[in-house]
Design a protein around this ligand. Structure first.
Ligand SMILES: *Cc1c(COP(=O)(O)O)cnc(C)c1O
Length: 814
């Protein structure tokens, strides 16, 4: 992109307040944290319920950004940069993208529907890339913000676009249509997703069809419900399996793991084999095939390419690597747009100073190689990558463009050199096109543990955080409790994400938890709830902030702090208002005030208390008495010491049930991890952790035969039994066995039979289609941790924190 500010001002109808409007813009940014922001960036300050881009403008100016599209000019930034003032920054971004789109004439495929959009897009890219220079939406960038950003990636060399559009409410699609303006439409499967934003299925279909208001052709599955809504003026190219009047008639047959389609089009009938058998994949593949037919591909070409379709992996995964490395696995795609996204993610998740990028040849950038690798090199420099390892024939030719770069012609050569590359204490982004098989590199670098993993969905954590933020008054701060290894979900990775979301404080139980976060580079202030006297020195050394809850503790801390000649060291005062666990009581306050009056060694950062019954309205009167006492005691401390600390008393259920007591900050815990004890609220949270394993062995036993220790299960008929490598040493309670609990295999419940063993359990899979190696879900969306806890007579906290550290945590982001 090379547009000047002077070009852009009228397009977005901005009021220009600045000096230099001939400057050339080469990147658009909405993320203040991206290292890719530069002097040629135009930054759109977007605003949302949990977010205001205007806040970061001053910081961005310091980092060299000079051009901003804003709703207003922040006071602290006036005259320090150039501003394009508009009424609505998101609309301005969309207008700009729509204009930019209008500069290009080539065909653009627009995909919408409830399911399958991203898979169809990725597969079309694979099927058509031998013949086109394709630009496509990176990952699943299909929203009101994602679509404009995707469109802005187009350049002069592209000759086919594939973009997906996703909506969750009425009136969104018209905006996306104006930006994408597809010439070829694909309506993928319409399911029940996002129903809540629409009054009826009809309304949802009508809204989706708006994407196709000016297409030359619409590809769809011919079906009465949908066709009733399609404008008859739009030319369609339809397929169907039970209606011969469709343009293409298709019959399907399963052959083992494959599906054979008999495709009748015009006068011909020909077979196509696809390497999937599930309904959804088959339908998505057919949509892709329709595009190939529409483009006039020969049957043989369609046959060869369709046979090579593969499972699409869209997630960026964070994994533990060998020698204390951290891996970011994006080994399924390699294009310029998704490289930019992955590098941003690397910056969010980096856990070490050293950052390594393992990169394959890049395809379909539309640029010639010289230009392309120069741009890649720029990107790598702005992201401060420590070393680049290029793998591929083409990237090898441009080795000299990378400072600290080494290259290999292929993965085999890399493997030979592996031992000399000395991977250690670094964050490694592994980004390669599918053909390069970088999964081999991931497997070499990955820490080897057994097959049971706890998968943590980082998007769900962000969602839950924003959900609780939206319940707070704008000025209320947020402390997030990451004690006990983030409630069992993972310490560092979650802390890093929270830092990225700019939470104000983290809370841990013990000093060592805080030290490990600080040592890994977390810079958010951390409060230690239960600092032992023996850890005071370490607390000071690592800039942790102790919670002080007794006169004895205070004196001990002051003694060390004075020896070290500290000034205004931050501490937190806990008062006991009824929980009777830790804290100063009313009768201690006088002593506390005497000691702290005029004291310069420490500074009271906050005053807190903790509620015993915020989750149970039955004890409403007690909860309110705690809040009242807190108000009284904290006010007394503030008045007598003449201080204005942060005050906080609410945990997760407090946020829900006692919003009037938010004070200056709240302490979010279990809610972040997707758990609420309010049924309505639970529906709005997203599941964070999924505990998974695989089937080790399957056997069939006869009536009268038993399973496991003590013969506690005896079959009353021929029964198929699966053994799964997870047991009570991993945190699965023994009482979850013997028919109480179940695991889920291929979407079906399999009862746990016999007693749970230390490292294994057995389940009845008589009615389930599965094999050795099949995936097993222990908990997640079903069964939920909440349900397990209820059945076992405990609370979700205990189940979550009880998952043993030998279970590997894998973090991913969609
Ligand atoms: C654990 C804890 C919290 C968070 O509680 P949740 O119920 O998980 O939200 C808040 N404050 C204190 C003092 C805690 O110990």
């Amino acid at each position: 992109m090379t547009l000047t500010i002077r070009n852009i001002v009228p397009i977005i109808k901005a009021n220009w307040i600045g000096q230099n409007d001939v400057a050339v813009i080469d990147t658009i940014s909405i993320d203040s944290r991206s290292l890719q922001n530069s002097e040629n960036t135009l930054f759109f300050a977007l605003t949302g319920p949990n977010h205001d881009g205007h806040i970061y403008i001053e910081e961005l100016i310091r980092k060299g950004v000079q051009y901003f599209v804003v709703n207003y000019i922040p006071e602290n930034a006036a005259e320090k940069a150039n501003f394009l003032v508009v009424e609505n920054t998101l609309e301005a971004l969309q207008k700009f993208a729509a204009y930019y789109r209008s500069l290009f004439e080539f065909p653009i495929i627009g995909i919408t529907g409830s399911n399958g959009k991203t898979i169809i897009k990725e597969w079309l890219n694979f099927l058509l890339s031998p013949d086109f220079n394709i630009i496509r939406s990176p990952k699943s960038y299909n929203s009101q913000v994602g679509v404009p950003l995707s469109i802005l990636g187009i350049n002069e060399k592209h000759n086919l676009g594939i973009f997906e559009a996703g909506i969750s409410m009425t009136n969104e699609m018209e905006k996306l249509q104006k930006i994408i303006r597809p010439t070829i439409g694909i309506l993928s499967n319409i399911g029940s997703a996002h129903d809540e934003g629409f009054s009826s299925v009809g309304e949802k279909i009508k809204e989706k069809l708006k994407l196709f208001s000016s297409v030359n052709v619409l590809i769809l599955n011919k079906n009465k419900t949908i066709c009733a809504f399609v404008n008859p003026k739009i030319k369609t190219f339809s397929w169907c399996s039970d209606d011969k009047s469709a343009d293409v008639y298709i019959t399907k047959k399963n052959i083992g793991e494959l599906t054979e389609l008999q495709v009748t089009y015009r006068e011909d009938t020909f077979p196509i084999t696809i390497p999937f058998q599930d309904q959804a994949s088959v339908e998505n593949a057919i949509h892709c095939m329709m595009v190939m037919l529409y483009f006039g591909y020969k049957h043989e070409v369609i046959q060869t390419r369709m046979a090579q379709l593969y499972p699409v992996e869209m997630r960026l995964k964070v994994k533990n690597g060998i020698y204390n490395c951290t891996l970011i696995d994006d080994s399924y795609s390699s294009d310029f747009q998704s490289l930019k996204i992955a590098l941003d993610f690397l910056e969010h998740q980096k856990q070490h100073k050293k950052k390594t990028l393992i990169l394959s040849d890049i395809f379909q950038s539309g640029l010639n190689n010289e230009e392309l690798y120069s741009q890649v090199s720029q990107l790598i420099i702005s992201n401060k990558i420590t070393r680049v390892i290029g793998i591929g024939e083409t990237i090898s030719q441009y080795k000299n463009k990378f400072i600290n770069g080494i290259t290999f012609k292929n993965v085999a050569e890399f493997t030979k050199a592996f031992d000399n590359l000395n991977f250690e204490n670094e964050t490694i982004l592994i980004k390669g096109a599918r053909d390069f098989h970088f999964e081999e590199i991931v497997s070499m670098l990955e820490e080897k543990t057994h097959e049971t993993v706890l998968e943590i969905n980082l998007n769900a954590i962000s969602h839950n955080l924003n959900f609780f933020k939206s319940k707070l008054a704008p000025k209320t701060k947020m402390m997030v409790m990451v004690k006990a290894f983030g409630y069992g979900n993972g310490g560092f990775e979650i802390a890093k994400l929270l830092e990225h979301h700019k939470v104000n404080y983290l809370g841990v139980a013990f000093a060592d938890e805080g030290i490990s976060l600080k040592s890994a580079g977390i810079t958010v202030p951390i409060m230690v709830m239960n600092p032992e006297t023996t850890s005071f020195s370490a607390i000071i050394q690592h800039h942790l902030e102790p919670e002080i809850y007794s006169i004895k503790g205070l004196k001990a801390f002051l003694k060390i702090a004075e020896q070290k000649k500290l000034k205004h060291f931050p501490i937190h005062i806990k008062i006991d208002t009824g929980m009777h666990r830790l804290g100063f009581e009313e009768e201690n306050l006088e002593d506390l005030i005497q000691i702290l009056k005029g004291n310069e060694t420490v500074q009271i950062k906050s005053i807190l208390s903790h509620m015993a019954t915020s989750d149970d309205v039955k004890h409403d009167a007690f909860a309110k008495s705690q809040i009242a006492l807190y108000e009284q005691l904290s006010t007394r401390l503030m008045t007598e010491l003449n201080i204005k600390p942060i005050r906080h008393i609410l945990n997760t259920s407090g946020i829900t049930n006692y919003p009037e007591a938010q004070y200056d900050m709240v302490r979010l815990g279990i809610g972040l991890y997707g758990i609420s004890n309010d049924a309505e609220e639970q529906k709005q949270l997203e599941n964070v952790g999924t505990l998974k394993s695989v089937i080790s062995q399957i056997r069939t036993i006869d009536e009268g035969e038993s399973v496991g220790y003590g013969r506690r299960f005896v079959a009353d008929k021929t029964t198929r039994i699966a053994t799964i490598p997870i047991g009570y040493a991993d945190g699965i309670r023994r009482s979850w066995g013997n028919g109480v609990g179940y695991v889920v295999i291929n979407g079906k419940q399999a009862k746990i039979v016999g007693s749970v063993c230390m490292d294994m359990l057995m389940a009845d899979i008589t009615d389930i289609d599965c094999k050795e190696g099949s995936n097993v879900i222990i908990f997640g969306e079903n069964p939920t941790v909440n349900y397990m806890a209820q059945q076992l007579g405990t609370i979700p906290y205990e189940i979550m924190t009880g998952i043993s550290q030998r279970v590997k945590r894998v973090f991913f982001r969609e």
